[in-house]
Write a protein that binds this ligand. Structure first.
Ligand code: HEC
Ligand code: HEC
Ligand code: HEC
Ligand code: HEC
Ligand code: HEC
Ligand code: HEC
Length: 441
């Protein structure tokens, strides 16, 4: 009989003398070829590699989306702008029109009744992104199309960040299934080998218990070492990070009421933000500029804590008066004021240098990009992860705004290159935004 594997089966010749067992042995070799450890490992690694490689494209889009669009758009929830899932269907899949829209919303709207009607509904005109490349917009659209549906609960403030966990679970399950398959195959393999040896009349080697088998011990130690090492590093890197941190504050101070409903400029209170490194937290004096007159809360915006309890605004203003040492109707002596002990929410480690003026003034980055829709928060919380990856992702994708920007007169060469079409655009990384010493003392 013919076995198509005979060339690779060096023991095949030996069994030629026993024709009846030839087919059996041949089948066994076919099986064994499949079940060798090497090929099993290959399959285990190939599947996740394939999944990662398809995911990585959408990851880029996600980063660009997070940096530019997430302050106004979520995938499944109306924020300042519409939920973006399914947006291509609403635009009949016409990406060229979407590019035109993103580059210049006010101009596009003039000729397009659909976006004009969106504008009526949302009340504000979307920010223009004149320098965002078409391929970046495509990457965003690909991400929007492929992003998994969120499974998060009601506190799902930033669904963009959520879908990592879905992937982790998926990979975890796949790895587990593959591990079980690998073990079963190894077991089958061992048994078949034993059967083959029996058939050949070779003396069976006394099997070594698996806990004394050197290969198993090595693999096991290696796996424990890798997983342990990964978890320890992850844990250490995450020390001190506190995304979504939302502490109780001494006074229930609502950003929804102040910069939101009453449209008080951020800079009125955070006076340092356009000039200095720190945004600064307002002193009691700044509060009292207005609250000498405003001693009651009559607003219609409900003041709700994270636990869902309703707060009495007038009582909170009374707390402010306690700190200020002010009694309504009497003249106020500002020197009696006690500082309010606000709990600090955002806190980078000491080895990192971050400057607000550089970002909001020179870089023209909106507060909302890093702090979220502040004007909708009753209680302030940390919107961004403040990790190094978060800083760098934005520096890699955000274009430097050269136009009408005195801060960049020193970069004449770049301006020339853009004008002469030698370069498309310059991102923050190109002007040194990824150099270690720019962010680390
Ligand atoms: C300042 C807030 C803001 C930012 C930032 C923003 N958008 Fe918008 N977007 C809106 C608003 C508001 C609308 C609704 C139309 C209007 O009123 O201008 C909209 C509408 C859209 C639409 C049409 C939606 C639909 O349902 O048909 C698309 C597509 C879109 N935006 C894409 C983007 C992309 C891509 C980015 C990031 C590069 C982005 N937007 C950034 C506010 C924003
Ligand atoms: C009327 C004064 C006032 C205005 C206007 C105001 N804030 Fe605040 N902000 C505060 C006070 C007081 C705190 C500290 C209490 C808290 O965290 O809620 C604070 C805290 C913050 C924090 C967190 C600080 C920390 O501890 O890390 C951020 C971020 C912030 N504000 C952003 C903004 C932005 C963005 C705007 C404009 C859209 C704005 N604020 C407008 C008074 C104001
Ligand atoms: C530019 C004016 C202005 C400044 C500055 C200001 N407030 Fe207010 N505050 C208001 C207005 C307007 C209301 C809403 C009153 C109403 O709707 O009846 C309000 C409401 C409040 C309320 C009740 C609603 C809530 O948010 O809980 C509290 C408490 C309060 N302010 C505390 C403060 C504190 C503390 C500061 C200083 C960090 C401050 N305010 C600074 C104008 C101001
Ligand atoms: C590029 C991202 C980014 C932008 C844009 C940004 N912030 Fe911040 N903000 C941060 C980071 C990071 C911290 C933490 C700084 C630290 O711990 O030293 C912070 C901290 C703060 C704090 C508390 C600590 C402090 O610096 O006094 C306030 C208040 C604040 N930001 C307000 C604002 C306001 C208002 C704007 C818009 C005018 C704004 N931020 C724009 C990233 C940003
Ligand atoms: C949303 C986008 C964004 C995020 C997030 C961001 N940056 Fe930036 N960053 C910019 C832009 C835009 C500039 C360009 C401004 C300029 O040229 O001065 C910049 C410039 C800088 C520079 C000056 C670089 C140079 O070459 O002069 C430093 C330092 C810096 N960022 C630190 C940080 C740190 C630290 C973080 C994270 C805590 C951070 N940035 C997060 C957008 C961002
Ligand atoms: C755009 C700003 C930025 C640049 C550029 C940057 N870092 Fe960081 N780095 C950070 C921030 C922010 C943190 C704090 C992260 C945290 O608290 O988890 C950090 C943390 C670290 C840490 C502590 C470990 C950790 O993740 O917390 C090390 C080590 C580090 N950076 C090394 C580097 C080296 C090396 C380079 C140059 C290749 C570099 N950084 C460039 C912003 C930056």
């Amino acid at each position: 009989m013919k076995c198509e594997l005979s060339s690779s089966c060096h023991t095949f010749v030996a069994v030629e003398k026993f024709p009846t067992s030839q087919q059996l042995i041949c089948d066994m070799f076919k099986l064994r070829r499949l079940t060798t450890l090497a090929s099993t490992i290959k399959y285990i690694f190939l599947v996740p590699v394939f999944l990662f490689s398809t995911a990585s494209f959408a990851q880029d889009g996600k980063a660009i989306f997070t940096a530019n669009c997430a302050s106004c758009h979520a995938l499944d929830k109306k924020l300042t702008g519409p939920a973006l899932r399914g947006v291509e269907d609403r635009w009949s899949g016409d990406r060229a029109r979407i590019h035109a829209w993103v580059h210049n919303p006010p101009g596009f709207m003039k000729t397009d009744p659909y976006t004009e009607s969106l504008h009526k509904e949302y009340g504000i005109v979307m920010t223009a992104f004149p320098t965002l490349a078409d391929k970046d917009i495509d990457a965003i659209l690909d991400y929007v199309k492929s992003a998994p549906l969120p499974g998060g609960g009601p506190k799902d403030i930033n669904p963009v960040e959520e879908d990592n966990s879905d992937m982790t679970l998926l990979f975890g399950v796949i790895t587990l299934i593959l591990a079980i398959v690998a073990f079963t195959l190894l077991y089958v393999n061992a048994n078949l080998k034993k059967m083959a040896d029996d058939k050949e009349g070779m003396p069976a080697v006394e099997p070594i218990a698996f806990w004394r088998n050197k290969t198993y011990i090595t693999v096991f130690t290696l796996v424990i070492f890798l997983i342990g090492g990964y978890l320890i590093t992850e844990g250490a890197v995450g020390l001190g990070r506190q995304q979504k941190y939302e502490p109780k504050q001494p006074i229930f101070f609502s950003h929804k009421v102040h910069p939101g409903v009453n449209q008080i400029n951020c800079q009125y209170c955070h006076i340092g933000v356009y000039q200095g490194k720190q945004a600064t937290i307002p002193s009691v004096n700044i509060c009292m500029n207005c609250h000498m007159a405003i001693n009651e809360y009559k607003g219609t915006t409900k003041l709700i804590t994270a636990e869902g309890r309703e707060v009495n605004g007038t009582a909170e203003i009374q707390k402010l008066y306690k700190y200020a040492g002010y009694e309504p109707g009497k003249p106020w002596d500002a020197s009696k004021a006690q500082p309010i002990e606000w709990v600090r929410i955002h806190n980078l480690p000491d080895h990192v240098y971050f400057n607000h003026a550089q970002h909001v003034n020179a870089g023209k980055v909106q507060c909302q990009t890093c702090h979220g829709e502040v004007t909708k928060y009753n209680e302030m919380f940390q919107f961004a992860p403040l990790s190094m990856g978060w800083c760098l992702n934005c520096h890699r994708t955000t274009k430097v705004q050269f136009d009408n920007n005195g801060f960049y007169s020193m970069y004449e060469k770049y301006k020339e290159d853009i004008k002469n079409h030698r370069m498309d655009s310059v991102v923050v990384k190109d002007i040194g935004g990824a150099e270690c010493q720019k962010c680390h003392y």
